[in-house]
Design a protein around this ligand. Structure first.
Ligand code: AMP
Ligand code: GLY
Length: 423
């Protein structure tokens, strides 16, 4: 079948890489894609806000299936739109996408259905904030309700700081949010847990450990993710059982019960303390860069899993993984997650060997008219390696980024530091 992957990051490149391996894939498109997807797909540049224009392309190219990578088109109802047009599309519908699109919605589900999560208050104005802030111990977590591209959360060390932040959000810091959540700070270690679900049945799609901070030793600002490894060692068999019973299953049941059947990938961002998982947030898609490692470790045919999800036959499937751990290290433009320069030539890219153990997934890259690969974003490339040990995988992944050269290259050399250094 002809398939189009929506998105342009490392996540989407790795999804294309995996779909390309399926015997059922005839022609693969990436919309809009990057210089990496261009090597294995046809890239199409369409405005993803304009579903009608996208529909015209889908018809022209005879595309049978859309696989949506990022959250924004899902929250905007891309699945509802294409289902109405009778085009197969993988991801949750608009109503169900509120699990990521609205933190107020997600927190209400947790409260109503007893899903372990941080205690919170919903805030609509500054008077409410003044009262609520007194009820929480420090630090206090302030969150904007809507999508904020990873920038919607502040951990506030004082009540004054928390009030200031609430004020900023109420005054329109994010176009997507008029409401604010104040919540208790959770201690513990974070982990990402993924499932694929048709709304009733689900199967685990692996676990990973993201590294959100820009600086080594988890310092500095939050980013979309500077690197990840999989599997997460925090998710033991016992913890996984709890995640399923206390978090995933009640959520899927709740969503079904309120008429928002959840279909697609569900990504639980968890805080784990003393083997007790609590839900920090839901995402309605694969994580980036977590997906890149999962796609290297997944043995199953991804297209087969997606099609089983769409025709409700997931319960017959069994997922299997390469035993070896994997890591992905993000090569970025210095300055990210704030201002950074683009259009820097990436050198030595042709020297990187790519096989089943190592890949270079592109994120913010573009091919110039004279066939050079240029930087085109904050997160530029993902060096993804599977090896016998995480340490070996990290050494190899870092070496790949050392081989590549571009002006203002930056990457964290310490991905996995919490477990690699403990040995
Ligand atoms: P979110 O966008 O909700 O995933 O939050 C971004 C990051 O903020 C998370 O990955 C955590 O590191 C941190 N965070 C969010 N909520 C809490 C919380 N209640 N307690 C501690 N850390 C939090
Ligand atoms: N890596 C975090 C995310 O994709 O949301």
């Amino acid at each position: 079948m002809n398939i189009a992957v929506i998105g342009s990051g490392g996540r989407e490149h790795s999804i294309c890489f995996k779909l390309k391996k399926s015997k059922k894939t005839k022609k693969l498109y990436c919309i809009p894609g990057n210089a990496g997807t261009l090597e294995i797909c046809e890239n199409i540049n369409v405005d993803l806000e304009n579903f009608e224009d996208l529909y015209k392309v889908i018809l022209k190219k005879k595309i049978d299936l859309l696989v949506v990578g990022p959250e924004t088109p899902l929250v905007n109802g891309i699945v509802d739109f294409f289902e109405r047009k009778k085009i197969k599309v993988f991801g949750p519908k608009k109503d169900a996408s509120k699990l990521e699109g609205s933190k107020v919605f997600m927190k209400k589900i947790c409260r109503e259905f007893n899903i372990p999560s941080a205690k919170y208050k919903e805030i609509k104005n500054i008077e409410e904030a003044n009262l609520a802030i007194k009820e929480f111990n420090l630090p206090i977590v302030v969150k904007s309700d809507g999508l904020a591209a990873g920038k919607g959360v502040t951990i506030c060390k004082s009540r004054e700081e928390a009030l200031k932040d609430v004020n900023k959000i109420l005054n329109g810091k994010f176009k997507t949010s008029s409401k604010v959540i104040i919540e208790e700070f959770l201690n513990g270690e974070e982990a990402s847990y993924f499932v694929i679900t048709d709304g009733t049945n689900y199967i685990p799609m692996g676990s990973a450990q993201d590294h959100k901070r820009i600086g080594e030793n988890d310092t500095g600002q939050n980013t979309g993710g500077m690197g990840a490894y999989s599997p997460s060692l925090l998710i033991t068999e016992e913890v996984e059982k709890k995640i399923k019973k206390k978090i995933i299953e009640p959520t899927l049941e709740a969503m079904k019960g309120i008429g928002c059947l959840y279909k697609g990938i569900l990504y639980a961002g968890l805080m784990i303390e003393k083997s007790e998982p609590k839900l920090i947030e839901y995402n309605i898609r694969f994580g980036d860069p977590e997906c890149q490692v999962l796609m290297m470790r997944l043995k199953n045919d991804l297209l087969d899993l997606i099609l089983s999800c769409l025709d409700n036959s997931l319960s017959n499937k069994k997922i299997s993984w390469i035993d070896e751990p994997g890591i992905t290290v993000v090569g970025a433009s210095k300055g990210y997650p704030n201002k950074y320069e683009k259009n820097k030539e990436i050198q030595n890219i042709h020297l990187i060997k790519k096989d089943n153990k190592q890949q270079l997934f592109h994120a913010g890259t573009i091919k110039s008219n004279d066939n050079k690969i240029l930087t085109n974003g904050g997160r530029v490339l993902n060096s993804t390696v599977v090896a016998k040990s995480l340490e070996e995988a990290r050494n190899k992944a870092n070496k790949i980024l050392d081989t590549l050269e571009w002006e203002n290259k930056y990457y964290r050399k310490d991905i996995g530091f919490k477990i690699i250094n403990e040995k």
